[in-house]
Write a protein that binds this ligand. Structure first.
Ligand code: HDE
Length: 692
């Protein structure tokens, strides 16, 4: 910068508008957006107290105009989401593989913002829809923002991004009547699926328990696309990213999800918000699967094909760090709604592969923000602003906030000493990986992308019996609601390629013709894909404690304290809210009632009952416990509760614990039961239960 420019800048600094701005944040006097103090905010300006409103009322007009423009377009996909802040720390330096600065030093904490989402429903749809979940993370690194825009499922529906609009149109509500909302259970979705058989693997995931997560805190994340790590020496490794929740991967049952959707459409976001407020900070470990460039063709699938996963048993997931979400947003719109992710937001050391889905994504995300956030300056919104400094010659546009000073807004200049200026790779400038590319310009897909079914079968082979049954039930529900019989039959025919057993089971449930031949010869399984093999813990599980008038205070108090000591959450439920009096006159407050909450929103039930319980309590608590029973949940009972469980034929079933709180075995077994989550072998007892 020359002397003239420097002194000019110094002079204007002293008189900058910022220096005049009020620093008084305590003063809470209501003002207009122009800073004018307002004397009346409830009554508009009128000609006489009973007369017409006057156009002159600038305060009324400003307030209503702002309100009229409060909504922005919702995301075309992933409209319904929920975000939280946190930090990420790497466990060990990843220097041998990547020069990404935030992956070098275990002492460095990188702030992150995560937005979880469903994909197809509108902003106001329910959390518990059967759907893919988005899991997008923005790392605010010292080298700029890095976005890992992931899903909770490993593969994707298609191999080429050009198909995405067609797929989304088929999945969204049908265009003639905008029905149905937030579900794939309709003709156009399954029509698209059967016409695009590369979707088979992802459909298996979407029909599995993964599509109805118990909590955002209990989901895996998958980067889906293949990326590259680049180290200081310029050596590249292919990489797939994973998030592994420390609470394990857990799901709802289809019938629970449907009921919760009506009772508490905010179930997943409420769970995230409440747990962060309580200090139960969700934790996810970052994992990477790394592959040397020389091994690009070493597998029986193409590593660039986004409908394929890399089996963890063949290419292990290396855990490299941990993310902790420790702060809720202050303002949903400013943060969760305005955050803008983009898989193209990378830092030196992270690069792309030629995965055709990823290549298409690299165009879409920036483009969509222009319409959604109203112009090219959305990077200035606080939630999107990098924490490192940024300088360039981009100027103007809707909503510009930066006041760029000086007359230079072009590169290669002498006036500002050629600043801002690019720097070389060795000083931190981003340089794209120099990949050899050689080919004809051609609209074609590689033959190595042709196998659409082997990994769908791998997924099916990896499932435990209950998980398989849930997949069949999901097909039965989703395809069962399709009107066109030809589409139903095509689904059966398509999934015969995955498993004859599966296709037969679907056909029987949806009134189609079961296949008699065909099926898959793939026998491989990947145990890492089954949720049966996940972490199980009592931590943060929600236990309903059902008490009535005349309950046994000591028993209930002991059970509650033991559950809390094991890290479970407890809520007292009765037939009414408020104080419930025990047999010895002590009281406990019921914060839930059988009307406000049914048992599907809890993970386990403990019922003591009460000597003075009225018939209504007995009827409702029996319904409550039975519902937990048919959802395979742990149940404990003492006193009258024990008698009711026995009378209703639920005793002597796996996961049902009857006893008294003085008995340590009883409490310990119940806590272990809470940690075990679901007693699938109760199916035998369920048959008996149905005969009641
Ligand atoms: Fe996205 N995706 N996507 N996607 N995606 C969007 O960007 C798109 C894909 C994912 O919480 C949009 O800002 C194309 C795969 C998440 O704000 C849009 C293709 C994966 C989110 C878009 C894909 C994702 C989005 C809509 C190629 C998992 C929510 C709003 C077929 C790795 C981010 C927006 C948030 C959002 C395009 C496929 C994840 C339209 C073209 C694969 C988590 O740009």
């Amino acid at each position: 910068m020359n002397d003239k420019q420097t002194s000019f800048n110094e002079n204007i600094k002293n008189e900058q508008l910022e220096n005049f701005r009020s620093k008084d944040n305590e003063n809470k006097v209501l003002t207009t957006n122009q800073g004018l103090k307002v004397s009346e905010d409830d009554v508009s300006l009128k000609a006489g107290a009973r007369g017409p409103t006057i156009m002159e009322d600038f305060h009324f007009r400003e307030k209503i105009t702002h309100f009229d423009h409060e909504r922005i377009p919702e995301r075309v996909v992933h409209a319904r989401g929920f975000g939280a802040h946190g930090v990420f720390q790497v466990y060990e330096s990843m220097k041998p593989y990547t020069k990404a600065n935030f992956l070098q030093d275990p002492n460095v904490k990188t702030p992150v913002f995560v937005r979880f989402s469903t994909v197809i429903g509108s902003r106001g749809s329910k959390d518990t829809a059967r759907d893919v979940r988005g899991f997008a993370t923005k790392f605010y690194t010292q080298e700029g923002n890095y976005d890992l825009v992931a899903n909770n499922m490993a593969p994707f529906f298609m191999q080429d991004a050009i198909k995405f609009p067609d797929f989304v149109h088929a999945n969204k509500p049908e265009p003639n009547n905008e029905i149905p909302q937030a579900t794939a259970s309709h003709d156009t979705f399954w029509d698209w699926i059967t016409q695009n058989q590369e979707s088979a693997h992802m459909v298996m995931w979407a029909m599995s328990d993964r599509a109805i997560p118990r909590s955002f805190r209990m989901m895996e994340g998958f980067g889906v696309n293949t990326f590259r790590f680049i180290n200081e020496e310029g050596t590249a490794h292919f990489v797939k990213f994973h998030w592994k929740p420390l609470l394990g991967v857990h799901s709802l049952l289809q019938t629970e999800a449907a009921k919760i959707g009506g009772e508490d459409p905010d179930y997943n976001r409420r769970d995230l918000w409440d747990n962060i407020e309580m200090g139960n900070y969700p934790e996810f470990e970052l994992g990477v699967q790394l592959l040397e460039e020389k091994d690009e063709f070493a597998f029986d699938f193409d590593i660039l094909d986004p409908t394929k996963l890399w089996p963890e048993e063949d290419i292990p997931v290396r855990i490299i760090g941990k993310m902790t979400l420790n702060r809720n947003v202050d303002n949903f719109f400013a943060e969760t709604e305005q955050v803008a992710f983009h898989p193209g937001n990378v830092v030196p050391g992270i690069d792309f592969s030629n995965d055709p889905l990823l290549q298409g994504r690299l165009f879409s995300y920036l483009d969509t923000q222009l319409i959604r956030l109203g112009g090219p300056n959305f990077h200035e919104l606080p939630i999107n602003r990098p924490v490192c400094s940024l300088h360039n010659n981009q100027r103007d546009g809707y909503g510009r906030q930066t006041i760029n000073v000086g007359n230079v807004a072009y590169h290669r200049n002498a006036i500002a000493n050629n600043s801002p200026y690019p720097i070389g790779e060795e000083e931190g400038g981003y340089v794209h990986y120099q990949e050899n590319v050689n080919g004809k310009k051609i609209r074609a897909r590689s033959d190595s992308f042709n196998d659409h079914f082997s990994q769908a079968t791998l997924f099916w082979n990896s499932m435990s019996p209950p998980e398989r049954q849930h997949i069949i039930d999901a097909f039965a529900f989703e395809v069962g609601r399709v009107k066109d019989k030809c589409i139903k039959q095509q689904v059966v025919d398509m999934f015969t390629n995955v498993s004859l057993e599966l296709a037969k089971a679907i056909a029987i449930k949806i009134g189609a013709t079961p296949p008699t031949s065909g099926g898959s010869t793939v026998t491989k399984a990947s145990p890492a894909l089954s949720q049966e093999n996940t972490i199980k813990t009592p931590l943060t599980r929600k236990v309903a404690v059902a008490i009535a008038e005349g309950f046994d205070y000591n028993q209930v108090d002991t059970v509650i304290k033991s559950l809390q000591a094991a890290g479970a959450q407890v809520a007292i439920i009765s037939d009414k809210l408020g104080m419930i009096t025990s047999s010895d006159g002590a009281q406990m407050e019921a914060t839930k009632s059988f009307i406000t909450d049914s048992s599907v929103v809890f993970d386990a039930v403990y019922i003591d009952g009460g000597q003075n319980a009225d018939p209504y309590f007995k009827m409702e608590s029996c319904k409550f416990v039975k519902e937990a029973f048919i959802h395979y949940k742990p149940i404990a009972a003492t006193n009258e509760g024990k008698t009711w469980v026995e009378d209703n034929n639920m005793a002597n079933s796996p996961g049902v614990f009857l006893g008294c709180a003085g008995d340590n075995d009883f409490i310990n077994q119940f806590i272990q039961g809470v940690a075990f989550h679901r007693f699938w072998d109760r199916i035998l007892a369920y048959t008996k239960f149905n005969q009641i």
